[in-house]
Design a protein around this ligand. Structure first.
Ligand code: MD3
Ligand code: FE
Length: 221
């Protein structure tokens, strides 16, 4: 009998998708959505046609490198006066965000379940677009009312290092490269970990061009 060698008992092939346990309640699925790249590209562009990608400002006037749009009942915004928060109306167009497309919802729910969180009902999807060299500083996401729900993160296009620490800002960090089609699910004890994105790598992706896109599905209420 032949056994496949695995580097650790946490590295398994599940439905041919490599699954790495990167934290107590954080799992990374390599290339899980690689066959859906075209669908995600087209649908992101359709959402951006309604609510254009925008560079929000942090409180005090700093500029966030990633350009953002979103969908769902509420989505994430920020401005120099009140800082970041979730809002039902987009401040640029003064319109409601587009609904989460049915397939977005289904993929997010399927990914959450694969990560051990059944029946995930996201009400918000933040879409971040990074140009080459853009970063996102160390932070944790704690403004969602329901911290028992996981966050599902989908990456597309150019690659970037994902930096992931602990519950305290100064805890030691680990680094994982995230590539197009990779999915990460965070919940439980890993829900409030500090994380960051290092400089997006140079390149020109055949579908996504000179950008990295990240979608985070959240249950805010
Ligand atoms: C771990 N986005 O939008 S996704 C964010 O790639 C954000 O654009 C990064 O951090 C990006 O807030 C990283 C991975 C991620 C997202 C939310 C998390 C990891 C998380 C919330 C809790 C723990
Ligand atoms: Fe985050």
């Amino acid at each position: 009998m032949v056994f496949n060698r695995v580097d650790s008992m946490d590295d398994l092939f599940f439905d041919n998708i490599k699954k790495e346990q990167i934290g107590s309640h954080a799992v990374l699925f390599r290339k899980k959505l690689i066959d859906q790249e075209h669908y995600f590209y087209e649908t992101i562009q359709a959402i951006a046609a309604e609510i254009p990608f925008h560079h929000y400002e942090t409180r005090g006037g700093g500029r966030i490198a990633a350009a953002m749009t979103g969908c769902g009942n509420i989505s994430w915004i920020s401005d120099q006066y009140k800082g970041y928060r979730y809002e039902a109306f987009n401040p640029i167009t003064k319109r409601k965000w587009p609904a989460i497309p049915k397939l977005f919802f289904d993929y997010a729910q399927e990914c959450a379940a694969a990560g051990g969180f059944e029946n995930f009902i996201p009400d918000s999807c933040l879409i971040n677009r990074y140009a080459i060299g853009d970063k996102m500083g160390l932070h944790c996401d704690k403004d969602e009312k329901d911290l028992t729900a996981p966050i599902v993160s989908l990456s597309f296009g150019l690659s970037a290092p994902f930096i992931w620490g602990g519950l305290s800002r100064t805890d030691p960090k680990k680094r994982y490269m995230l590539h197009s089609g990779d999915v990460v699910v965070w919940g439980g004890e890993s829900r409030l970990v500090y994380h960051a994105i290092g400089a997006v790598q140079k390149g020109n992706h055949p579908i996504f061009g000179p950008y990295r896109y990240n979608l985070t599905f959240r249950k805010v209420y």
